[in-house]
Design a binder for this molecule. Structure first.
Ligand code: BMA
Length: 323
């Protein structure tokens, strides 16, 4: 597993001016990612100097050189939400039943909620609704139904970083019949206090391997005085019953080391949010030695790319727990 040599792959200077709301962008980070036939697409979180947040699409034919669109994503119908929406951000894209679903965080007066949108062409986006009724973040849809139900992982915000935003220390599994109303099934993993993943939340949507659902999540070590360190790690869930955890990486697989990960708007952050697997077999499983591209936000300022493989990630998930 290694960082792409020309990282960061996107910085503020790659964002074209989108007047009037977004000129001279401040930062670009935490992208949702998907490979749509042969086109790699990122849904970027971009901030202006007013610190408003916008979602902006970018596309690429090689997964590393991206062209950023000169318009912001507008989810049609979101204007009908009665409460004030301050920001929508941290989009996770899942291809499900032939359509692209996007789950994202919505900052509102009563906390953060999870919104759901859909697109077929990455030009027209429809808002389907708010899918939560508690302070919650990091919602990711599974790419197919399991035993007749839709599933997602989500992270209720039941804790707070000292002096910082609400956070949480459990990744939960929820099920649904319509993707709008969700029912808690179980808590998959909890934060391991004193170690790398004290606070946790889902990263990119899970992928189907022969060994189980493979999922990259983020963990925050909050016990280092003034700094929260955001890292990436791996989880493996049973294919037929995703409430069964088969493995969890003992160590992180990604941590802030480069200067642009260590310093920025929020220092010490690597936040994996998009993942593209290059090869699937005829039955829809990802291929073990397939290359995997993991896109991550760095220091809430730019976008990095980690290159790895399914085999490396599953091995990390099975390396054994912290005693
Ligand atoms: C989390 C989320 C992420 C952000 C991270 C680091 O709580 O807000 O969007 O990247 O903090 O600031």
């Amino acid at each position: 597993m290694y960082r792409y040599t020309k990282n960061p792959i996107l910085t503020r200077t790659d964002i074209p001016p989108i007047p009037p709301e977004l000129v001279d962008a401040t930062s670009v980070f935490n992208p949702g990612a998907i490979k749509d036939e042969v086109i790699y697409r990122l849904m970027l979180r971009v901030q202006s100097r007013s610190r408003e947040t916008f979602l902006v699409m970018a596309k690429s034919s090689d997964g590393v050189n991206f062209t950023v669109e000169n318009q912001v994503v507008n989810f049609k119908g979101i204007e009908k939400v009665k409460q004030k929406i301050y920001h929508i951000y941290d989009a996770r894209i899942t291809k499900l039943e032939g359509r692209f679903y996007i789950m994202f965080a919505m900052d509102m007066d009563d906390g953060c909620q999870l919104g759901l949108g859909v697109t077929d062409n990455f030009k027209d986006f429809d808002f389907l609704g708010i899918t939560s009724n508690e302070d919650i973040r990091n919602g990711v849809l599974f790419p197919e139904k399991i035993n007749g139900k839709y599933y997602r992982m989500d992270r209720p915000n039941k804790a707070r970083h000292s002096g910082g935003p609400t956070s949480g220390s459990s990744i939960c599994l929820s099920e649904s019949d319509d993707m709008l109303t969700w029912k808690y099934v179980s808590t998959l993993i909890s934060g391991r206090f004193h170690y790398w993943d004290e606070f946790i939340g889902s990263g990119p949507p899970p992928v189907k391997t022969r060994k189980g659902w493979l999922h990259v999540y983020h963990g925050v070590a909050g016990h280092f005085g003034s700094s929260n360190i955001y890292q990436g790690g791996v989880l493996l869930l049973d294919l037929n019953d995703p409430s069964i955890v088969l493995g969890r990486s003992r160590c992180n697989i990604l941590e802030p080391r480069e200067i642009w990960e260590l310093a920025g708007q929020v220092p010490n952050v690597t936040f994996p949010s998009g993942m593209v697997v290059e090869e699937y077999d005829a039955e829809g499983f990802v291929v073990d030695d397939s290359e995997v591209k993991i896109y991550y936000g760095a220091a809430d300022t730019s976008v990095g790319l980690l290159i790895t493989s399914i085999a490396e990630l599953t091995t990390a998930a099975m390396e054994g727990n912290i005693p």
